[in-house]
Design a protein. Sequence first.
Length: 194
Amino acid sequence: MSQIEREAPAGLARPVAESGRSARVLRRALAVGAFAALTAVGARIAVPLPGTVVPFTFQVVAVLLAGLVLGPRLGVASQAAYLVAGVSGLPVFAAGGGAAYLLGPTGGYLLAFPIAAALAGLGAERAGLGWKALFCALGIVAIHAGGIAWLGLVAGAGTALAALEPFAISDVLKLILVLLIGTRLRPRVGRFLA
C-alpha cells in the first residue's frame, strides 16, 4: 500500500492511486513524444556529404539520447513513434516522409533506430560511464549495420561501404555529446517519469 493510500480516507484511496498512475502514464507518453520530436528535428539538420547518398544528421544523437535518458522500453517506443509518424506521411525524415521513404537508400538506417535506442537504454541501466559508452557505441554500430546492409541491396556494395567512411569521426563526436548530455539528463527525466 502506498503512502497516499495509507493517508487518504477509505473511499478516496483508490481514485488517488489511479490518478497517480494516470499521471505517470501521461508523463511517459509526453517523454516518448518529445524524443520522437527531437529525432525529427535532428533529421531536419541535414548536411549532404560528398561521395555518399547518406547525409550527416543529428538523428543518431537523438536516438541514443532517447535510449540513454528514457531507458530501453521508452527509448524504443519513441523511435517507433518517430517511424510511424514518418511512414504515415509526416515530413519527419531528412527529406520528407511516407512509407516509400523506407525503401530508399537511408531506410535501413531508420529501421535500425529502435534497436540502437534499446542498446543505449540497456547501457543506461548499468553503472559506470564505460558501460554506457559501450552500449551507445553498439547502438551506432547497429544503425550503420542496418543502413549499410539496406544500402548495399538498394545501391550496391561499393556505395554502401563508401557511406561508412565519412561518419567515423562524427560518430565519435556524437557519442561524446550523447554521454555528456545523457548522463546529466537521465536523473532529472527519471524523477519526472517516476
